[in-house]
Design a protein around this ligand. Structure first.
Ligand code: WT7
Length: 649
């Protein structure tokens, strides 16, 4: 484990606490950049391929195809491999229901369930390349269906169960899913949410959907349409123990996962099978330094990429034991998570800064009630973690003996990009820094013109070489793929984040540089909310900004101009919030609504987002010296003054 001496007493941010170099990490890093193909080939050999690749990388910018000619099966990698060894009796999943129900699945049980599920999918006519949408709560059937899809070459697209019917419909229609898998319901904060009913609203407007499979979770009655809807349990054949896993091309898509960007609709990020698995397997080991006896808990919902990569594929491909928790972190009591850590003796715990901030607010007495001494390593993801939150996590959860690995990555990168790697070499940490790039990840920081910046200069993070976990495309929209990631700076991948590299080479991530918000760690495009609100009859135009929020990181602030004849009112506010919840989901609901005469715009008609942000966050306009044209500065100031006085109700 890394040596760590961060001084948290003052929680004061960066401190110089070590000196270079780290021999093991450095030599691995150097080799990975000098000869990426041989480096990644060595990593790839750690997996079980049904057929060896002919070419490690086919790089036709901006498309990378890894391990071309190779064949592999993701479910074989996560299951068959283990059940051939003593691991068949090892715990794969400790599942904890919100209501206190539990299930413990060994690798052999999980293997049997995945095979039976694959058999059900085949019986329904699902074939290689078909898309299956999984709209499920955090129950064991979710990983089972993912692995069953992978087993037969179907492409899964998991839709977070907190998203609305319309969000589900947009995704299903975009990728033309053939089958939707859902549940009668799920539990959240003790209440049942009716997933099947929500799915029904959607499916009626989704012509591609032929079948709906319903998993029993709550036991409530749900409407079933004859010939289209099936109870999953009715189709399971208990006599089935094995469905042969077919080997698929490394470049066959493993899954599509929708994420928000700068356009009005989420985009389908397509991940490969071979490259993704290689990157996933190696990065999981480097960062979490997993041992055979580790109990690993990633708290992310499987509906997001963190859950895909590090609650399912990463740990299972290593034969690790994972915890899967169904419900809310603070339900029915505030110490529910700490109780789970104690109950299952969790060693490695992976969560988000927003959760940490929430528990900080509740107070340290809740973790203090539990024996958390099993913990060895803590990790964070989703947004920048402040030195203050880092230190609270370090002290009150890790009890000053666990390193904290802050992991920077994205849905598109498939796996960790910048993070400390205890599994390669212990390295000191600085509260708030994601530290160093992983082997194979060639990063730089650029100014707005694309010139490389030096030490301690804040700029745009870019990645200069392809890596095996890199997305293959945006589903059905190659133009958007090129525009989004490859057009801002020539020849390099642009993630959309601000960053800085300090004098020790450590990276500090400062959040999004584009019109994307991070609300409680969720990625939400301002354009998505704006286009949803614009559908309302009363609204002329809407724009979204954010303000800092103690727990959520960012809170959504909506600016709206109304059509003549409509007046601001509490009812209208409620209707707007209700519309967004229904259209996108509760995570996109605004915290504040400002009704304005008109939105501040430049002469060319662009919304002055700087002005909106300044008003929303009540922080003033900041540095205007980067605006060259004096006239614009005056305009910005004028717009700011005008808007500051506007009504909030
Ligand atoms: C965006 C990606 C990666 C899984 C969860 C989120 C921000 C993510 C960090 C971090 C600072 C971070 C970035 C990134 N982000 N991790 N450790 N420090 N910022 O995946 O929804 O695709 O969001 O989250 O802004 O671009 P995602």
């Amino acid at each position: 484990m890394p040596e760590i001496k961060p001084e948290c007493s003052q929680a004061s941010g960066p401190q110089k606490i070590f000196s270079w170099p780290y021999h093991r990490y450095m030599s691995m890093y150097r080799h990975s950049l000098e000869d990426p193909e041989s480096f990644w080939a060595t990593e790839a050999r750690k997996l079980n391929w049904a057929q060896q690749w002919e070419k490690v990388l086919e790089w036709q910018p901006p498309y990378a195809r890894w391990f071309v000619g190779g064949k592999i099966n993701a479910s074989y990698q996560c299951l068959d491999r283990h059940v051939k060894t003593w691991r068949r009796s090892k715990v794969a999943i400790y599942w904890e229901g919100e209501n206190g129900e539990t299930r413990t699945l060994s690798y052999s049980t999980l293997f049997r369930e995945v095979n039976q599920c694959a058999d059900v999918l085949l019986k329904l006519g699902v074939k290689k390349g078909d898309i299956v949408a999984l709209y499920l709560p955090m129950i064991t059937e979710l990983p089972v269906f993912m692995l069953a899809c992978a087993r037969i070459g179907a492409v899964h697209t998991v839709v977070f169960s907190g998203l609305s019917a319309q969000s589900l419909g947009d995704r299903v229609n975009d990728c033309k899913a053939k089958v939707v898998v859902t549940a009668d319901g799920g539990y959240r904060r003790g209440k049942i949410f009716k997933l099947k009913q929500t799915a029904d609203i959607t499916v009626n407007s989704c012509p591609s959907v032929e079948k709906i499979l319903v998993v029993k979770r709550t036991g409530e009655d749900v409407p079933m349409v004859e010939g289209r809807d099936y109870w999953y349990s009715d189709l399971i054949d208990e006599d089935v123990h094995y469905v042969a896993p077919e080997a698929f091309e490394a470049t066959h898509p493993l899954y599509i996962l929708y994420t928000s960007g700068t356009t009005g609709k989420p985009k389908g990020v397509v991940h490969s099978t071979g490259g993704y698995l290689v990157f996933n397997h190696s990065t999981f080991k480097w960062i979490f330094d997993i041992r055979e006896d580790s109990v690993f808990w990633c708290t992310a919902d499987i509906g997001w990429v963190t859950g895909h990569s590090y609650a399912v594929y990463g740990p299972l491909s290593h034969g690790a034991a994972i915890v899967l928790y169904e419900g809310s972190p603070d339900y029915p009591t505030i110490d529910r998570w700490w109780d789970i850590i104690e109950k299952y003796s969790v060693n490695i715990f992976y969560t988000s800064p927003t959760a940490i901030r929430m528990f900080m607010k509740y107070g340290e007495e809740y973790p203090a009630r539990h024996n958390l001494s099993s913990l060895e390593l803590l990790a964070s993801v989703g947004e920048p973690i402040s030195a203050e939150a880092w230190c609270w996590y370090y002290k009150h959860i890790g009890q000053e003996k666990c390193p904290i690995v802050d992991t920077w990555w994205q849905t598109e990168t498939g796996g960790f990009m910048i993070a400390p790697s205890p599994g390669i070499e212990p390295m000191p940490l600085k509260p708030g820094s994601a530290t160093l790039p992983l082997p194979g990840i060639d990063v730089a920081i650029l100014d707005a013109e694309g010139n490389e910046l030096g030490t301690n200069q804040k700029g745009y993070l870019v990645i200069k070489k392809p890596w095996p976990g890199m997305l293959m495309d945006i589903y059905g929209d190659s133009e958007l793929y090129k525009k989004n990631y490859w057009s801002r700076f020539k020849g390099v991948y642009y993630p959309g984040d601000y960053a800085m590299r300090d004098e020790d080479g450590y990276f500090w991530l400062y959040g999004r540089a584009d019109e994307v918000l991070k609300v409680a760690g969720h990625r939400i495009g301002t354009a998505e909310i704006e286009s949803s609100v614009a559908e309302l009859d009363e609204v002329t135009e809407a724009a979204v900004a954010s303000r800092p929020d103690e727990v959520k990181g960012e809170a959504i602030v909506l600016f709206i101009s109304l059509k003549t004849g409509y007046k601001p009112s509490d009812d209208l506010k409620k209707a707007i919030v209700g519309h967004i919840r229904k259209n996108i989901g509760p995570i996109a609901a605004p915290d504040e609504i400002y009704f304005v005469q008109s939105l501040p715009k430049t002469r060319s008609g662009k919304i002055m987002r700087r002005v909106l942000k300044a008003v929303a966050s009540n922080q003033g306009l900041g540095d205007l010296s980067t605006i060259e044209d004096q006239e614009s500065v005056t305009e910005v100031k004028k717009a700011y003054e005008a808007l500051k006085g506007c009504t909030r109700d």
